[in-house]
Design a protein around this ligand. Structure first.
Ligand code: HEM
Ligand SMILES: [Cu+2]
Length: 723
């Protein structure tokens, strides 16, 4: 490796590690530094004395956020007071603010202190307003002076009292409580994953130290692709398990299966893990494995960078999710809206850890995008022109271009957020409309991100449909132009997530129309896929096609409800409700199903064996019916807010929530069947041969699995063989 290259990589790594450490730093309000405050009383005696008994009345068992509590401080003991002055006090807390109740007290540097006129008493009342967040514990330090009133400090005495008021939700989610069923499930699924990994490794008899080192150090695109596949499967299990937790909490009204706090963490991490660490990386598994094969390359352009991308991605996902085992994972929604993410409202390390995880993810993605662009543009076999590229490769090309355009926005957003949390930079300060600022940058990333998730799945469908329909993809070049138009439009319509924020009505109209315009290229793509079936003999007995057909059906529902939401008037009513939750699960769920189709399609290439058909059909039907059972009822709940953890019987939402929970369990069981099939078939599946589906793209020309350098004989593009 060239030394310059090494230098940059180490710099990047160092930068990543520093960011991962950022949560360790803290901009929490400074606690009481004992020495300084204590010395304030030194004039009344060298050391505290227990002669003085301090009482504080009005300390609540736990505090509620923003609630005002009146504390009465008094003491007895110490010297007998003779003159004017009898005593004084000083009360500090690391959270909340004090306000005076009369002129015997004053606030100096956020500490409550007696005034000149409050000097002749031994009891004071003071109001304490609890902090914005009830997830912290407020530590108080109280000092009182018992003064003899002779005008000198000789003979005076003082004492110190410390007490803590816990926030209502302080500590919840931070300590693992096995007695709690929700925790049992979380710990259970982590254990399940570990067992699954051990089983998988055990089944490979030759698995030893050498094999382990191979996987840890491999740079071959196919091995990295397999690593992506395994990692994304694990993240998908985590994401799915979290959604089951959420569904179990909502299964009946007034449920107390989870605390509200844990629920918020589960919803947030479910969304973030699914979108960023499960579905998207799963398509990168195929991109890594198949794109070089599809264009006749030996490997990615930068194989080491590719391995770097993978390992930073894993580190990022683990960092983001690790919050569950510390002070609680991020619980602010996957959209990280300000000011909820500020230290005031989210004092724990969860948001910071998620931020650090995102930075690592962005590092991974940035490296990948460059790698794929160079690979696709420079490493095709000479006989393959740009327009000859297979459709999956085309879709990955647009995917990485989009990623290159939007992830820098996410990076800047996250860095500003970290800046706000660690250095109090105030970018997203609500008083300067920082909350709207966050929405602009986040959704500039967030909206196109759904296309980043969608396009690879579409690409898989565009490989699978022609293969099993035995026809060329209808209107291939039109589809490519449509993808281009959709990609450009997608970075221009972010503000449809901001219709109710008070942005200019004309801008709103533009964004509404822009959003509706995007449905035009997608409708074209959709119709082309369907037109490919025209006068064909599709083989519906094949599982990859079944999954794509299922996904096409699911996407139709998601797409049409999306057009509803693009209308400002409808959106104002439906945003933030379960109608929206159902809508975006129909779109994202359809991508997940397309990706499953991709697994059935390419599994034989990757492992040399076919997945079992019978288990596969069980998987297909249970997944398809389960998804619909989960989300169709939720369209009816357009009056139920999303992200709430309890609801009352009287609200009338119980039936739909019950059906949805049953549906989600069906989906979960289906994926267990799939996982079993996946692992079992690696050894016991039917031999696949090189080209079990009679596919036409290059990956089917080499062996299954392909040799390390992919080709015994370089493939050649025949004229028009791509059409
Ligand atoms: C059958 C599988 C799934 C089930 C049962 C499920 C269930 C849920 C539930 C119950 C919520 C919370 C709704 C709320 O309280 O507001 C949710 C939110 C979410 N889900 Fe899923 N989900 C599934 C699959 C997926 C997939 C595959 C993706 C992405 C590719 C995804 C992305 C999201 C996102 C982004 C959120 C929003 C999180 C937030 O509010 O911050 N889900 N899901
Ligand atoms: Cu959007």
């Amino acid at each position: 490796m060239n030394t310059n290259y090494k230098k940059y990589i180490s710099l990047i790594l160092l930068f990543g590690m520093l960011l991962a450490l950022a949560p360790q730093m803290s901009a929490l309000p400074g606690g009481i530094s004992g020495a300084t405050v204590t010395s304030g009383c030194m004039c009344h005696g060298a050391a505290p004395t227990d002669d003085i008994a301090i009482t504080v009345e009005g300390i609540p068992e736990e505090f509620m956020a923003d609630e005002v509590y009146t504390l009465t401080i008094s003491f007895s003991g110490g010297p007998e007071a003779t003159g004017e002055n009898h005593g004084g006090f000083n009360l500090k807390s690391n959270y909340g603010t004090f306000t005076t109740t009369d002129d015997s007290t004053q606030i100096l540097e956020n500490a409550a202190i007696h005034t000149e006129s409050g000097n002749n008493q031994r009891s004071w009342t003071i109001d304490w307003t609890a902090p914005n967040s009830d997830k912290v514990s407020a530590d108080f330090v109280l000092l009182v002076n018992s003064v003899d009133g002779d005008g000198t400090s000789a003979g005076d005495e003082w004492n110190e009292e410390k007490f803590t008021i816990m926030g209502q939700n302080a500590g919840s989610g931070s300590v693992i409580d096995i007695g709690d069923p929700a925790w049992l499930l979380i710990v259970g699924s982590v254990l399940g994953i570990v067992v699954a990994i051990v089983v998988v490794l055990y089944r490979k008899e030759d698995f030893g130290k050498k094999e382990l080192m191979h996987w840890l150090t491999t740079t071959n695109h196919k091995d990295v692709g397999l690593l992506y596949l395994w990692a994304s499967i694990i993240f998908a299990v985590i994401g799915l398990a979290l959604s089951v937790l959420v569904r179990l909490q909502l299964v009946v009204p007034d449920n107390d299966f989870m605390t509200g706090d844990l629920f918020n963490q589960a919803v947030t991490m479910h969304g973030a893990v699914m979108v960023l660490f499960a579905v998207s990386p799963m398509s990168f598994a195929f991109a890594n494995y198949m794109v070089p094969l599809q264009i006749g390359a030996n490997d990615m352009a930068f194989p080491r960078l590719n391995a770097f991308s993978f390992w930073t991605l894993v580190l990022g996902g683990l960092t983001a999710a690790s919050g569950f085992f510390f002070e609680g994972a991020a619980d602010v929604g996957w959209t990280f809206y300000s000011p909820l993410t500020s230290v005031d409202y989210s004092p724990g390390s969860g948001v910071s850890l998620a931020g650090a995880g995102l930075v690592l993810l962005i590092l991974s993605v940035s490296a990948s995008t460059i790698n794929f662009l160079v690979t696709i543009l420079r490493h095709r076999v000479p006989s393959m022109g740009v327009w000859d590229m297979p459709m999956f490769t085309w879709n990955m090309f647009f995917t990485v271009l989009l990623m290159l355009a939007i992830f820098p926005a996410l990076l800047s957003a996250v860095l500003m957020l970290v800046g706000d949390r660690v250095f109090d930079t105030g970018f997203f300060d609500p008083s300067i409309d920082g909350t709207t600022w966050w929405l602009h940058i986040f959704w500039f990333f967030g909206h196109p991100e759904v296309y980043v998730v969608l396009l690879p799945g579409l690409g898989m469908s565009m490989e699978i449909v022609p293969t099993f329909v035995r026809k060329h993809l209808y209107g291939r070049n039109t589809i490519i132009y449509a993808l281009m138009v959709a990609s450009v439009l997608s970075v221009l319509v972010w503000a449809h997530h901001m219709f109710i924020t008070g942005i200019d009505p004309t801008f709103r109209k533009i964004e509404s129309i822009g959003t509706e315009l995007i449905s035009v290229p997608f409708a074209l793509i959709y119709l082309s896929l369907i037109a490919t079936f025209y006068k064909s003999k599709p083989d519906f007995t094949k599982l990859p096609l079944a999954f794509v057909m299922g996904a096409v059906g699911i996407f139709l529902v998601g797409g049409i409800t999306g057009v509803y939401l693009s209308s400002v008037a409808m959106d104002v009513q439906l945003r933030g409700t379960y109608f929206l939750v159902a809508h975006f699960h129909y779109t994202l769920g359809s991508v997940a199903v397309m990706t499953l189709g991709g697994i059935y399609y390419w599994y034989p290439k990757m492992f040399g064996r076919l997945l079992d058909d019978k288990l596969g059909w069980w998987h297909f039907w249970l997944t398809f019916l389960g998804i619909n059972l989960t989300f169709i009822p939720l369209f009816g709940l357009w009056d139920m807010p999303r992200r709430i953890y309890v609801y009352q019987e009287a609200a009338g939402w119980a039936d739909q929530q019950l059906l949805a929970t049953i549906g989600s369990l069906v989906v979960f069981v289906a994926q267990v069947i799939f996982f079993w099939n996946f692992v079992r078939s690696m050894k016991h599946g039917k031999e696949a041969g090189n080209n079990p589906w009679d596919g036409h793209t290059f990956e089917w020309l080499t062996t299954s699995p392909p040799p390390t350098h992919n080709w015994n004989e370089l493939p050649v593009m025949e004229a028009s063989s791509s059409e």
